[in-house]
Design a binder for this molecule. Structure first.
Ligand SMILES: Cc1cc2nc3c(=O)[nH]c(=O)nc-3n(C[C@H](O)[C@H](O)[C@H](O)COP(=O)(O)OP(=O)(O)OC[C@H]3O[C@@H](n4cnc5c(N)ncnc54)[C@H](O)[C@@H]3O)c2cc1C
Length: 589
């Protein structure tokens, strides 16, 4: 996942900008908090015309987005409650100890690396104060079954040139141009992540104004840049890389980000955009597109956000699954828990998968037909299997020998040697069987983070693809075990000590992702990042502004624009939409 895309100078300018913004933000924070507290109505007496509400705001789901929404709402003065169905918060950003007989071994069970959380949120919620700490990853590394290896660095053009030259001099020369090209696109796409998509096609004055604003902001784009963005949005990652590079090894390396979490092989249109989505983040080290390990695993990120939310006054309840969203005169009025308890609030923010949030919790009868159809048609496949391993020693690669910690252990340790290899893994799954030779984005967070397991051991996380899209409906336990064994064999071909070094294995397939974590269809982002599900279409046309057809109900899941990934943007935007509406309503009154 460690593709890089810009210069340190540009990134440090961006960082300086956000630091200045943070300082300015502090200065007005007190005034804003007082104003917002008035706007949201912080006392029971003010809470509702038909009687006092239990809370000002209820957030359904304690994944990282729900927690971000709660933190922003609570900071504004709203009495905020988070209801999480599982025994712990974090959702797909969770650190767990999956082996009862080895409780000291912890894995970052689903998501595994950080990049997309913007400095705005880190600063607003003071996450570093609450324990958010990132180790920037080392290079992308692929050892090839036929011998040799390649490393690609996030920000070292000289070493990249040396590495790529070993496979193709032409590709080595093309690399700086590719990086500059991606950096240019990141300049366009990066700010879009924080943009609320306009309601394209609507003729309402407010929607037209927002559309025009967006057009005006991009008035500086020239014909070439628009063409490049068009290519990125419509091409396959394979075709795009064919235009730039010749070496199968280099193309395999650069294709990884194009298929992460995607129900599509590298030859499918739209996978070029998926690559860009994974290449425009910045872990705060100044290298756009770089990724990092959260100390304590991804659960530590959620914990830091939860601490920020609690510190701001939010209440968080776990083991509190919500059964439905209560409506009163067509407006959101609260929730009913699965145990029948009812809790009321003027504002409800849901951060669940769209099928659960809307079809199950709101109910088809309470939603416009078009919206129901859009959510029913929502594409939510992945075919992802997460394999977490405890190792007695580091992989000893034939191409780069040694079990001592070396640079190639510190980044992504891939099994994506060529484009045809990746494609075949997808074709197997599309034909209805788990990949014979799966694709894997592997990482060893314990190369930096000593908190996850006892000294001398390591944790390795393999994000693998693909199994058939319908494996969310049955556990497929034995087949998953066989699939994991094949995955391990693939690594063993390039690092012959690998298999014998494994002391514990944890396999999480699509069924478990759906049933234990609420990731319907096993999709890692609450919905595919396919072109028809991006920007103003995410999660449905007309409702990409974090609002929903139900007044008072806001939507903060990864199925909105800027999701997926652990970026917190949907949570922040949904809270901001709720607060803005409340202010507008008070002004009208
Ligand atoms: C295997 C895997 C690997 C990934 N790798 C990465 C990665 O490395 N980097 C990255 O940035 N992103 C990664 N992602 C994607 C990222 O983790 C998700 O997009 C993100 O965590 C989703 O956050 P969320 O808050 O929107 O939803 P979720 O995390 O799904 O949170 C929703 C919460 O709602 C709870 N819930 C469900 N039903 C109910 C109910 N009825 N009542 C109350 N609560 C309920 C759930 O338990 C959950 O806690 C990965 C995802 C997966 C699955």
């Amino acid at each position: 996942m460690a593709t890089k895309a810009t210069t340190a100078a540009k990134a440090s300018a961006a960082k300086a900008g956000s630091a200045a913004k943070a300082a300015a933000g502090k200065a007005v924070q007190a005034a804003r908090a007082a104003q917002a507290a008035r706007a949201t109505g912080t006392t029971k007496a003010k809470a509702g015309a038909s009687g006092p509400s239990d809370y000002d705001a209820i957030v359904v789901g304690g994944g990282h987005n729900g927690l971000v929404a709660a933190a922003y709402l609570a900071r504004s003065g709203a009495r905020t409650l988070v209801l999480e169905g599982r025994h712990k918060t974090g959702g797909a950003a969770t650190t767990e100890a999956p082996w009862p007989d080895a409780p000291d071994f912890k894995v970052t069970r689903l998501s595994y690396v950080m990049s997309l959380l913007p400095p705005t949120i880190i600063n607003d919620l003071q996450l570093e104060r609450h324990g958010y700490k990132i180790y920037p990853m080392g290079p992308y590394y692929q050892a090839f079954p036929e011998g040799g290896s390649i490393k690609l660095y996030a920000d070292d053009a000289k070493r990249n040139h040396e590495e790529v030259s070993r496979w193709s001099k032409k590709d080595a020369d093309a690399m700086p141009r590719w990086d500059a090209w991606l950096a240019g696109l990141a300049d366009v796409l990066g700010p879009l992540l924080l943009t609320v998509p306009p309601n394209l096609g609507s003729r309402k004055p407010r929607d037209l104004e927002q559309t025009l604003r967006l057009a005006w902001r991009h008035r500086g784009l020239d014909v070439r840049t628009v063409a490049d963005v068009t290519r990125l949005m419509t091409m396959s990652i394979a075709d795009l890389l064919d235009d730039w590079f010749e070496s199968p090894q280099v193309k395999g390396a650069l294709a990884v980000n194009g298929v992460i979490g995607t129900w599509a092989g590298p030859y499918e249109p739209g996978t070029a955009y998926v690559m860009a989505h994974h290449s425009i983040g910045d872990v705060g080290d100044g290298h756009l597109g770089n990724w990092g390990f959260a100390e304590g695993g991804m659960g530590a990120v959620s914990d830091a956000i939860a601490r920020a939310a609690r510190m701001a006054g939010a209440e968080i309840r776990t083991d509190a699954p919500v059964g439905r969203i209560l409506l009163e005169n067509g407006r959101a009025a609260g929730v009913e828990l699965a145990n029948g308890q009812r809790l009321t609030a003027k504002v409800v923010v849901t951060s669940l998968h769209p099928r659960t949030a809307f079809l199950d919790h709101v109910g088809r009868a309470n939603l416009p037909d078009d919206f129901v159809t859009d959510i029913e048609h929502w594409k939510t496949r992945s075919g992802v299997v997460k394999i977490n391993l405890a190792l007695s020693e580091l992989p000893d690669f034939t191409a780069d020998p040694g079990t001592n910690l070396q640079e190639h252990h510190t980044g992504s340790v891939e099994m994506a040697p060529t484009m045809p290899y990746i494609e075949q893994a997808f074709l197997d799954a599309r034909d209805g069987r788990a990949a014979t030779r799966p694709f894997s984005d592997g990482v060893i967070p314990t190369a930096f983070d000593q908190t996850l397991c006892p000294e001398g051991y390591h944790i390795m996380s393999l994000f693998t693809q693909w199994v058939p899209a319908d494996w969310n409906s049955q556990p497929h336990t034995e087949e998953l075990q066989a699939y994991a064994d094949r995955m391990i064999d693939c690594y063993n071909e390039v690092a012959p000590n690998f298999k014998s070094s494994i002391i514990h294995t944890d396999i999480v397939g699509p069924y478990q992702m759906e049933h234990d974590y609420g990731l319907i269809g096993g999709n890692i982002f609450h919905g595919e990042l396919s072109l028809e599900q991006l920007f103003h279409m995410r999660p449905a046309p007309g409702f990409a502004d974090y609002r929903t057809p139900v007044p008072g109900l806001y939507y903060a899941s990864s199925a909105t624009h800027a999701g997926g990934g652990v970026c917190g943007i949907p949570g922040m935007q949904a809270a901001k939409a709720a607060l803005a509406d409340r202010r507008a309503s008070l002004r009208r009154k």
